[in-house]
Design a protein around this ligand. Structure first.
Ligand code: ADP
Ligand code: MG
Length: 700
């Protein structure tokens, strides 16, 4: 019989309908192919046997040969547990079952040699092993043992239904028997040769039944590489297709607006990183494919001016441009900042937010449609149906993670052709993750801060040091500086957070009384105009302290503010902390960030605080964040699906990912349609894979 890997798993000898149902529902295994791709979580040494007197109190998994000498039942709070005394010639330990006791009692016999396997606990002066894997020594000896026996992913239900690791291993053996261990190759000779990869068949065999540690690691490398290679291939192909199919507006020339600004009004020298990124954007805009670019740059790295100069390229070619920001405060700030430059260059610019008056709105709508308005800045209000551009050539989206994918694509449908899109984010996504998640976008990185910035001094202080902190604040205010005090605002506990904020505000008001001190407060429950009023007062230096919830997190720019105090800092995520800290250190003065917490801190909180104190590099912080939270929680990756990797680990295997990307690129560069005979297997694998795993729709 010829074996097809698409054969339903029910047909495999030893599986049958019941087990097949469980494998489907618990592990998503429907076919032979799915089973073969069930990769072990880890490996254990089953050639090694411990004596009871060799056991260590380290909770390790061990294998012991011995006999059960007696059973007893022990009553406990709920129900009872079954305890067996287990002896070898060196000592005594206990086996414990909390479930399935009847079956255990009936099937296990005293006085017979057994091999047990499991984790040991040290309990009441004895070692015990809860729910051991247990097997008669005579049975055990019939099986092949290896120093690296695979341990497969499992679920509670599977083990309760008797589908133990041993059973899965047997089924896997059967699969290799039936298929004779031969599997179609999926990578080209060139790639295999260059990377000295095992063949597909050898890799699969050794990942399930390793012949040696060396072969196991080569097998893992090959399979991880393959997995990442095909994901990258999909992403890069998507990007290529996008470029060839989706035409965009071409900004043919660099004209007067850009050149005049560059010559006469540039307020500072651009950093090399800013220049490089502008070149990358220029190249995109000059081509006839639609730009779809992500601009990553740490807080304060100067993304705004890059965005503005990109807009000038649009205006030079007769197009309109827009800049969308996630909050009213930010939009206003962008507007005010750009207005100054626009006035010098005689460019018409407007601001549109939720609080724009109807009469003003009407004028904006009109001027947009007749083309006299050149730049529109605003919030989500830009996405309303009534907002119609005459010829939107470039849409810039600031702080991208605040917008959903749907919202972004809405901007596209305002034109006959989609505008060029530049997404700016200050939440650096680690390169590795960006490659996987945004591999189909082009990425530019500003990895350099403007010269002359003093690093922000960051410290961690406990709540009982508050008086010292107050004294420090007074000293700084006496020097003419301004201070942010930020409280967490987390939706689930909004009421409590609000109370904390108000309590904090009161105690600060007592400590810093008028008329010597002026305090602003901004929080989510305030009306937009009141928030603006307070922000404005602070920005103009009329108040000394800004007490706020995280509404000031993104983008706000008050260069004279040099101290950031973050209350309950343990409750913030790393990227949020980093964002908040980025609000200071924008002027010439030494800036400080003080992280306030209670004494009780989880390990993760400690790591977050230590990372903040140690590092000011957004990319390094993002890497730590990724390690702490796992990729699934990082903004924008949830829906991507690319992270449901079978064998590779996006964090640990970033070197393999880079190689996979490199090779995927080389293959497509040589042969964009995968038409060469030597790429036939890649094309086939790719087609088959796309059928099962469509990652084409997850971004813009
Ligand atoms: P972000 O990348 O966080 O949006 P901004 O664009 O708001 O950063 O820039 C932060 C501050 O740095 C602004 O005050 C801006 O004018 C200033 N800035 C930007 N680029 C430079 C530069 N090359 N040299 C000096 N200052 C700069
Ligand atoms: Mg910004």
């Amino acid at each position: 019989m010829s074996v097809n890997l698409q054969t339903p798993i029910d047909y495999l000898k030893g599986v049958g309908p019941n087990r097949a149902d469980l494998l489907r529902s618990e592990l998503g295994i429907h076919t032979y192919q799915d089973l073969i791709n069930l990769f072990p979580n880890r490996y254990i040494d089953r050639t090694k046997y411990y004596k009871i007197n060799q056991l260590q109190r380290n909770n390790a998994e061990v294998q012991v040969i011995g006999q059960i000498t007696s059973f007893r039942e022990v009553a406990q709070k709920r129900g009872k547990r079954l305890v067996a005394e287990f002896r070898d010639d060196t000592g005594l330990m206990e086996l414990v079952w909390f479930r399935g006791q009847k079956w255990i009692r009936e099937s296990l016999k005293t006085g017979q040699p057994y091999v047990i396997f499991g984790k040991t606990n040290w309990f009441n002066g004895k070692f015990s092993m809860p729910h051991p894997e247990i097997e008669l020594l005579s049975e055990h000896e019939k099986n092949l043992r290896s120093a690296m026996q695979a341990i497969y992913p499992s679920t509670e239900k599977l083990s309760n239904k008797g589908i133990t690791n041993r059973v899965v291993t047997k089924i896997m053996q059967q699969l290799f028997l039936e298929t004779k261990g031969r599997y179609a190759e999926t990578l080209s000779d060139t790639i295999r040769g260059e990377l000295k990869l095992l063949s597909k068949s050898d890799a699969l065999f050794n990942v399930h039944f390793p012949k040696s540690p060396e072969l196991l690691s080569r097998a893992q490398f090959r399979l991880k590489f393959e997995e990442l290679f095909y994901i990258q291939l999909q992403l890069i192909l998507k990007n290529l297709i996008h470029k060839s199919k989706i035409k965009g507006f071409t900004f043919e020339k660099v004209g007067d607006y850009f050149n005049t600004f560059f010559k006469d009004y540039l307020p500072f020298d651009l950093t090399n990183a800013q220049k490089r990124v502008l070149k990358e954007i220029r190249a995109d805009l000059g081509s006839n494919a639609q730009m779809n670019r992500l601009l990553q740059g740490d807080v304060g790295s100067g993304k705004t001016i890059v965005g503005f100069m990109s807009m000038l390229m649009g205006l030079d070619n007769g197009f309109q441009c827009c800049l969308m920001a996630p909050t009213e405060i930010l939009s206003v700030q962008h507007y005010n900042g750009l207005l100054e430059w626009c006035n010098k260059l005689n460019i018409s610019i407007s601001l549109l937010t939720g609080s724009t008056k109807t009469s003003d709105r009407r004028i904006i709508h009109e001027n947009l449609e007749n083309g006299t308005l050149q730049i529109l800045i605003g919030t989500h209000a830009l996405l309303e149906d009534k907002v119609k551009f005459k010829n939107l050539g470039l849409a810039i989206i600031d702080e991208q993670h605040r917008f959903g994918v749907k919202q972004r694509s809405k901007l596209w449908h305002k034109n006959e052709l989609p505008p060029n899109v530049l997404v700016m984010t200050a939440t650096p996504i680690p390169r590795t993750l960006a490659m996987s998640v945004y591999g189909d976008l082009d990425i530019s990185i500003i990895d350099e801060l403007p010269a002359g910035r003093k690093p922000i001094k960051t410290v961690h202080r406990y709540d009982n040091n508050r008086l010292k902190v107050f004294r420090f604040m007074k000293d700084e205010i006496a020097k003419g500086r301004q201070i942010y005090v930020v409280y967490p605002l987390i939706q689930e506990s909004e009421k409590m957070d609000y109370k904390d904020l108000m309590d904090g505000y009161e105690s600060i008001s007592r400590e810093f009384p008028t008329p010597d001190y002026q305090i602003s407060i901004v929080h989510g429950k305030m009306k937009a105009e009141d928030k603006d009023y307070e922000m404005q007062r602070f920005a103009e230096g009329k108040t000394n302290i800004m007490v706020a919830t995280t509404v000031i997190e993104v983008g706000v720019n008050v260069p004279n503010a040099s101290v950031m105090i973050i209350e309950s800092a343990e409750r913030f995520g790393l990227s949020q902390l980093h964002q908040l800290r980025g609000r200071v250190g924008r002027g010439a003065e030494q800036s400080y960030c003080i992280l306030m917490t209670g004494h009780k801190l989880s390990n993760d909180s400690k790591t977050r605080l230590e990372t903040m104190v140690r590092s000011s590099d957004g990319f390094e912080i993002a890497e730590v964040d990724l390690k702490l939270r796992g990729p699934g929680d990082i903004m924008g990756t949830q829906q991507s699906g690319v992270l449901n990797l079978r064998i590779a680990d996006i964090v640990k295997d970033k070197d393999i990912l880079e190689r996979a990307r490199y090779h995927a690129k080389s293959v497509l560069k040589l042969d964009p349609s995968l038409a060469l005979p030597e790429h036939k297997m890649i094309l086939n694998t790719y087609r088959q894979m796309s059928k099962y795993r469509n990652i084409w729709n997850y971004i813009s």
